[in-house]
Design a protein. Structure first.
Length: 453
């Protein structure tokens, strides 16, 4: 059912046929019906909230059918995008060349390790999304655990993990394979990924650069410094060429199809990435016995095992989009009745409020998908505000990234906490508190300046 969602949603991006949108919504709904009895009760609560919102919409909205269908369309897009990203991750984690890239990064000497892991995690994040944290986090903590000095081991574990995390979240503002860009661009009128890229790439550089600067400025003072170690054997191109080649091919093919067809970059990603994943698996099995049988087995395992094993994450993400979209529709009459007019606020204040809203609500347990889907429909259009849509995109995706490094309820923080054997709150506030404040202040200045350029 979820594979059906991927196929129909991708086809809808190219054709715009309404029947495909309805089919995608139906597939998503059926998938949720199957998954809900099998997920934890905390996740079932989100489903219950969604069902309750449907009944509330029926009783309060004249066009409740349109609001529910729009929310289901948002949920089907998220399900399809998640399926596509899972496909590329499933292909990558079995490639020995990708594992070799990870081992090269974690084997760098202390003076280079942080920047190497930040850059590496950023590159891996473009392909594997949260899988980059799982892969590099496991390799890095395994290497750090071999250190016999407990003081050195503790500091090294913390530094390698926050390097991996900060390198990954720096992809969120600009990566076309990130939910931050995909969801944000779908809710801001007139926004496009290409137009926002020059601004969002600056946010990504700031997030990565500030992390490296703080790590360099506040290196821990050790009672017994570890012995110096030489650089890892081989160069960056030699060990990382497989990753460079994959990113280059994926980027060029995505851009080419986007320019030739005019289809949104995320529609191209949903179509191209699963096909590229199958091709990648075929290349891995080309020199093995019965390659066609192995490829078929991998594809079958993806549809019947990999995706169902992620039913908790898939249900949470799709329901976050559904609740946010339908919640905004049901709240709209009350907002209008209260006479709230965001357009009356100074533009720069509104932009900063948009930026800070996501990390602040993240501390309260609100998923960024839910936060953006819920409040974005109430924002005045960029034309009314007199700013380029790219500025709002930059504000939302930058705030999304900041939430990804501080909120104890986000996947990146939960993964880092598990590897570091500390609480998610400890990772979000103790390990990343100063970093978040410095990044928040710097990005606020950047967004303030953008409103006057």
């Amino acid at each position: 059912m979820i594979v059906g969602t991927l196929l129909t949603t991708a086809a809808y991006e190219f054709t715009g046929a309404p029947i495909l949108s309805y089919l995608a919504a139906l597939f998503t709904l059926l998938g949720l019906v199957c998954f809900t009895p099998q997920v934890p009760r905390t996740v079932q609560l989100f489903v219950a909230i969604g069902v309750g919102l449907v009944f509330f919409a029926v009783g309060t909205l004249d066009d409740w059918q349109g609001a529910v269908l729009t929310a289901l369309s948002r949920a089907s897009f998220i399900a399809a995008f998640f399926t596509a990203l899972t496909a590329i991750r499933s292909a990558a984690i079995t490639d020995p060349n990708i594992l070799e890239c990870g081992r090269f990064l974690v084997s760098q000497p202390p003076g280079r390790r942080y920047i190497a892991l930040t850059i590496g995690s950023h590159l891996f994040g473009l392909l594997l999304t949260y899988g980059s944290i799982s892969l590099l986090g496991a390799l890095a903590t395994d290497t750090a655990s071999r250190e016999t000095n407990p003081e050195v081991r503790r500091h090294r574990t913390r530094r390698v993990l926050i390097a991996v995390q900060r390198g990954f979240i720096a992809t969120l503002p600009w990566s076309p394979l990130a939910f931050a860009s995909a969801i944000t661009l779908s809710v801001i009128p007139g926004a496009s990924w290409a137009d926002a890229l020059p601004l969002t790439i600056v946010s990504g550089v700031l997030l990565a650069g500030i992390g490296w600067g703080l790590d360099t400025a506040f290196k821990p003072r050790l009672t017994t410094p570890p012995p110096k170690r030489g650089p890892a054997e081989g160069g960056w191109f030699e060990h990382m060429k497989s990753l460079y080649l994959l990113l280059l091919l994926l980027g060029l093919s995505t851009a080419a199809i986007h320019l030739m067809t005019g289809v949104r970059i995320f529609g191209v990603v949903m179509t191209l990435v699963p096909a590229a994943s199958v091709l990648w698996i075929a290349l891995q099995h080309r020199n093995r016995p019965a390659p066609l049988q192995n490829i078929t087995s991998r594809v079958r395992a993806f549809a019947t095992s990999d995706i169902p094993n992620l039913k908790k994450e898939l249900t949470l993400l799709t329901m976050a989009g559904f609740i946010g979209s339908l919640g905004a529709a049901t709240l709209s009459p009350f907002i209008e009745g209260a006479g709230i007019n965001f357009a009356a606020m100074p533009t720069w204040i509104l932009v900063l409020c948009v930026f800070w809203f996501i990390p602040v609500t993240g501390q309260l347990g609100m998923n960024p998908i839910l936060a953006v889907s819920l409040f974005a429909p109430f924002l005045p259009s960029p034309d009314v505000l007199g700013i380029d849509p790219a500025i709002l995109v930059c504000a939302m995706t930058s705030g999304w990234a900041l939430s990804g490094v501080t909120s104890p309820f986000t996947a990146s923080v939960l993964l880092i906490a598990a590897f570091g054997k500390v609480s998610p709150l400890h990772v979000g506030l103790r390990w990343n508190g100063v970093y978040a404040l410095v990044c928040g202040a710097t990005l606020s200045v950047w967004l303030f300046l953008l409103t006057y350029i």
